[in-house]
Design a protein around this ligand. Structure first.
Ligand SMILES: [Zn+2]
Ligand SMILES: [Zn+2]
Length: 136
């Protein structure tokens, strides 16, 4: 079955296979990536606002590249990206320390099983797998 969807980037209708955006946006994004990686090669000390202004690529898109591992922070010692919640610049995970702590507290409050569930995710994964096998 083919998924026909609107591209979240340009709104065009496309057949969704393995990608989240349409082929033409995919090309644009590749071009944007090239711009970023070239700029970073020549300006290793660049920060994200500088990178964004010089390349015309949005901070949002640069953040995506970093999260996807396409842009390595190892080669860009000053590059950090905004926390998903408050926008503080960070270099790992999706949240800054403050938001992470707050989030963990909230998670504990609402579901006390959350932490333990995350810890034995290995066994629950295999349980989920066998569940799927049984269903098929
Ligand atoms: Zn598109
Ligand atoms: Zn934050």
């Amino acid at each position: 079955m083919t998924n026909i969807e609107n591209c979240p980037r340009c709104g065009r209708i496309f057949a969704k296979h393995f990608r989240d955006v349409c082929p033409s946006c995919l090309k644009d994004i590749d071009k944007e990536y090239e711009l970023c990686s070239t700029y970073l090669r020549e300006n290793k000390g660049a920060i994200i606002t500088e990178l964004s202004e010089s390349t015309g690529v949005s901070i949002r898109q640069i953040t995506k590249f970093v999260r996807e591992g396409r842009i390595s922070l190892l080669n860009a010692p000053n590059l950090s990206y905004p926390c998903e919640v408050c926008g503080t610049l960070i270099r790992e995970s999706n949240l800054c320390d403050n938001c992470r702590t707050r989030f963990q507290k909230d998670a504990k409050k609402s579901t006390s099983t959350f932490a333990s569930r995350a810890e034995d995710s290995k066994s629950s994964t295999s349980a989920a797998n066998s569940y799927r096998i049984n269903r098929d």
